[in-house]
Design a protein around this ligand. Structure first.
Ligand code: HEM
Length: 488
């Protein structure tokens, strides 16, 4: 074809492309995006966003961006154009419109390590099915009948190993407690036996990779974690085969009433799905609660008045039980732990175990005059709301009394209004993806605090503080020195 003919033939396509380009450009320029800076190509502002900072603050990045652009701003994070929200109303709006306007969207590396059937990455019907298994297993009834007893047993196992005047990592002890509890609850594995210890060791390597940069090269933490993932999965699969054999031969015991047994009997999930479900529950249920317990130990050692009030509450419960000749905690005892619940809420508000969530817009969304374009990443930063001085006065102060029901507007012991019914408090997320383990997490913290304040004095053996990496961690492991405390 001669050149001139070629040009004439391609002219309509060129014009069409040009028209599309102009229309897209015009639409973009008509959009009222929130103010902000998209930073460097590809990297955007990710490095600044992920720079570690004190866990009781929102960090330099958020502070500077909020003061420059306001609580809703645009950026480029994790390789994608992003809307960041430190706005309580928008955060709620995002979480409540899951599946309609927004959808859970964690970075691909999370799926690579937790598995494609992990609840954190699933969306739609499959997410709903997995979620209902998890809800069933962590139901209120199970908490009362099974879990309270187990939580207390595992608390006592850890606390009874603490020697007078010894120094150890409170964070490691909290991890030991939550890991043992989860291993028992999910696969009926007993603490201290070689297979549980082996799994725990693998799991530590696995965790280092979950929180590291997703660089799959020899020698990286991510690569080692992928190897640990396959070792852990083989281990779980072996347990599964054993259990199927036991069920076939009718050799099941009461001990087998765990998550593994439940999914094998009541679901038609594939082996791969069961493995990812178990691994992700082990992850979700172990890491978060252990950090929350370590944070409570840390905040309380800096607040003697709170320890004093906790002791009074728990001594009353323990004395009443002694009179009745009861030993184990029951649900009624748990319900009496009112001030403890304030301590738990305040720990979660100030410590922010989970700082932000990953979502993407499924449609073009307009919120308070701003446009959030379809396909953009959206980050509800829940920690920024919990540390917002216009919502929580003196937000950096550990003040459990602000949660007391009878704290009238502006007149709690610290002058803070009661926030118990506040819907600005979302430590467990919200909407259709609200944490399924939130009640278990609070139960674990309450029972741990009960036995801690009744049996020990503790102090920091070395300066340490929680950092957000953005996962929350105590760099020195929170070293504490303990002395026995006898209340009666
Ligand atoms: C203090 C402790 C905990 C905190 C702060 C916490 C926080 C959260 C948050 C913020 C989410 C929402 C994630 C999102 O929307 O993208 C979540 C989801 C989840 N959590 Fe927790 N969690 C805790 C403890 C637990 C425990 C003990 C378990 C289970 C044993 C658990 C199991 C889950 C599961 C399965 C999901 C996914 C729910 C879904 O996608 O439908 N969590 N958690």
């Amino acid at each position: 074809m001669p050149d001139s003919k070629l040009i004439v033939c391609s002219l309509p396509s060129i014009l069409a492309l040009l028209l599309i380009f102009i229309l897209v450009k015009r639409k973009k320029s008509r959009l009222n995006l929130p103010p902000g800076n998209t930073g460097w190509p590809f990297l955007g502002e990710t490095i600044g966003y992920l720079k570690p900072y004190s866990a009781t603050s929102i960090g330099n990045f958020m502070e500077q961006h909020i003061s420059r652009y306001g609580k809703i701003f645009k950026s480029n994070l994790f390789g994608e154009p992003t809307i960041v929200s430190a706005d309580a109303g928008l955060n709620r709006f995002i979480l409540q419109n899951e599946g309609r306007l927004f959808e859970c969207s964690y970075p691909r590396s999370i799926g690579g390590i937790l598995g494609k059937w992990s609840m954190l990455v699933l969306v739609g019907d499959m997410h709903r099915d997995m979620r209902s298994i998890s809800l069933n297993f962590l139901s209120h009834a199970r908490l009362r009948t099974h879990l309270l007893r187990e939580v207390e047993k595992h608390t006592l196992l850890v606390l009874s190993s603490w020697k007078e005047n010894s120094v150890f990592s409170a964070q490691d002890e909290a991890k030991k407690f939550t890991f043992n509890l989860m291993a028992k609850h999910i696969m009926s594995m007993d603490p201290g036996v070689p297979e549980t210890e082996q799994l725990k060791k693998e799991y530590v390597t696995f965790m280092k990779g979950v929180v590291s940069a997703p660089l799959n090269f020899p020698g990286t933490a991510y690569r080692r974690a992928l190897q640990s993932r396959s070792t852990i999965l083989k281990f779980i699969e072996h347990k599964m085969e054993d259990r199927i054999e036991k069920m076939r031969e009718g050799r099941e015991t009461l001990d087998d009433d765990d998550l593994l047994g439940w999914v094998l009997k009541h679901s038609n999930l594939s082996t791969e799905q069961i493995l990812d479900l178990i691994l992700s529950l082990l992850f979700a249920g172990h890491e978060t609660s252990s950090v929350a317990i370590a944070l409570a130990i840390y905040f309380l050692q800096g607040c003697p008045n709170a320890i004093q009030q906790l002791r009074e509450e728990h001594q009353e419960i323990a004395s009443a039980k002694k009179q009745l000749g009861e030993i184990e905690l029951n649900w009624e005892d748990y319900k009496k732990m009112e001030f403890t619940q304030c301590v738990i809420s305040e720990t979660l508000r100030l410590g922010n175990v989970v700082r932000f969530l990953h979502r993407k817009a499924l449609k073009d969304v307009r919120y308070r005059g701003y446009d959030i374009p379809c396909g953009w990443k959206v980050l509800p930063v829940i920690s920024a709301v919990h540390l917002d001085p216009s919502l929580f006065p003196q937000p950096q102060q550990f003040d459990p009394w602000r949660w007391q029901k009878n704290a009238t507007q502006g007149s709690s012991s610290s002058g803070c209004p009661s926030m118990t019914s506040s819907n600005n408090f979302l430590p467990f997320g919200g909407g259709p993806r609200l944490c399924t383990g939130s009640e278990l997490a609070k139960l674990e913290m309450a029972v741990f605090i009960h036995h801690l304040v009744l049996n020990y004095h503790w102090e920091l053996a070395d300066m340490d503080q929680a950092f957000a990496f953005p996962f929350v961690d105590f760099p020195k492991g929170l070293p504490i020195r303990v002395r026995h405390y006898a209340f009666i």
